[in-house]
Design a protein around this ligand. Structure first.
Ligand SMILES: [Mn+2]
Length: 377
């Protein structure tokens, strides 16, 4: 059985944060992301994919460097040589401007099929046709049904295949659980609207890029017993601290004409933990850690990260002070000051519990403050 593989939001680029060493124009994080893309192609081929579809945002910016384009071409050329056609939908990050061809994907033309306007791709080697709809600015709820209708008009002239087609899009999929701050975006569509669209155009599944967390819905067609799937594939590689957590990333979705099979690939993950959670970390995972601590735990946390990194795959990590802890400390220091009988007691009480920088000797700070205040009085 032939299959189509879908990945999304690779965001290839040289991120500055935790970027690591730059070699031949590619930093460490960029190389790790390229390695995951190569793994995804290998995984797709192992599972029998004859098509490898990137659902937009292959690149993080519309100006990828020549070195990065060359490294990406290598991976796709390899897929092509192994009889797997690569299809790349334009995402909002790949796009520079609305004019035709104003995007980063042009140089991939010799090794991939570039989708920068809606089109139906029909290949004998694939399990079904692919209705590919790239990113477009504007309100998706308005333009997507229009774009799909146009594709239908065009396909009536083409040979109709027995297996129903699937759709690829670069749009967030919204449901009742979508965060308020995302739910208003123009580049998203309600899952109910999308499933209605799939049902009325007899599309068996929709695979979406754009939003970076993995999510899946299925729905039953009105007059039929068959189910259809909507898959928000999720970012192949999380883009940093804005994509924290272990789950929801690294997804490769496979479609055999009937059902979805999800595979999750390892790769960099960005994990925010407290000091006590450091012991539970699996040292074989490729992680960037952000350890959130109270102000007096900074040195301890830094030492433990150094030890962990020396003995594991843990990548560049950082210690940040938890504002909530600092605020709570300041609050209890103020309480101490308020409940004291005398002015000196009040000052001493405040200084005993206020947040101070690492290495400050509280006793001598207190002595100096009291001496200063006496002098001033
Ligand atoms: Mn993206």
């Amino acid at each position: 059985v032939s299959k189509l593989a879908f990945v999304a939001d690779v965001h290839l680029g040289n991120p500055k944060r935790h970027g690591g060493q730059m070699r031949a124009g590619l930093n460490d994080r960029c190389r790790r992301t390229l390695a995951v893309l190569r793994d995804a192609v290998d995984c797709a081929l192992d599972k029998g994919a004859t098509g490898f579809v990137v659902l937009g945002d292959l690149f993080d910016t519309a100006q990828p460097s020549p070195q990065l384009i060359a490294a990406t071409q290598d991976i796709f050329e390899d897929a092509k040589r192994r009889d797997c056609e690569v299809v790349v939908l334009m995402g909002n990050h790949d796009q520079a401007g609305p004019a035709q061809g104003d995007h980063a994907l042009g140089p991939l033309g010799p090794v991939a099929t570039i989708v920068d306007r809606p089109q139906v791709l029909s290949r004998a080697a694939w399990p079904c046709d692919l209705w590919a709809v790239p990113f477009r600015p504007g309100v998706a709820a308005t333009w997507l049904p229009e774009a799909v209708r146009e594709l239908r008009v065009r396909t009536t002239q083409a040979v109709k295949r027995r297996v129903p087609p699937v759709m690829g899009i670069h749009l967030g999929v919204r449901d009742a659980n979508t965060a308020i701050w995302l739910s208003q975006s123009a580049d998203a569509i309600d899952v109910s609207k999308l499933s209605d669209l799939c049902a009325s155009f007899e599309l068996r599944a929709a695979f979406a890029g754009n939003w970076h967390n993995h999510h899946r819905w299925s729905f039953v067609w009105p007059d039929e017993e068959s189910e259809a799937d909507i898959v928000q594939v999720g970012a192949l590689v999380p883009t940093g601290w804005n994509n924290p957590g272990l789950r929801g990333y690294g997804g490769v979705a496979l479609w055999d004409g009937k059902q979805v099979e999800m595979t999750t690939l390892p790769g960099p993950r960005f994990l925010r933990v407290g000091l006590s959670e450091l012991d539970e970390i699996d040292p074989s995972t490729d992680l960037c850690l952000q350890v959130v601590v109270g102000p007096d735990e900074m040195a301890d946390a830094a030492a433990r990260i150094d030890a962990l990194r020396a003995a594991s795959h843990i990548g560049p990590s950082e210690v940040v002070v938890d504002d909530a802890v600092t605020n709570a400390q300041a609050r209890s220091a103020a309480d101490a000051a308020r409940s004291s009988e005398t002015f000196s007691e009040s000052v001493a009480g405040y200084l005993a519990s206020m947040p101070l920088d690492e290495g400050c000797d509280r006793a001598s700070v207190t002595a100096r403050v009291l001496a200063y205040l006496k002098g001033a009085a």
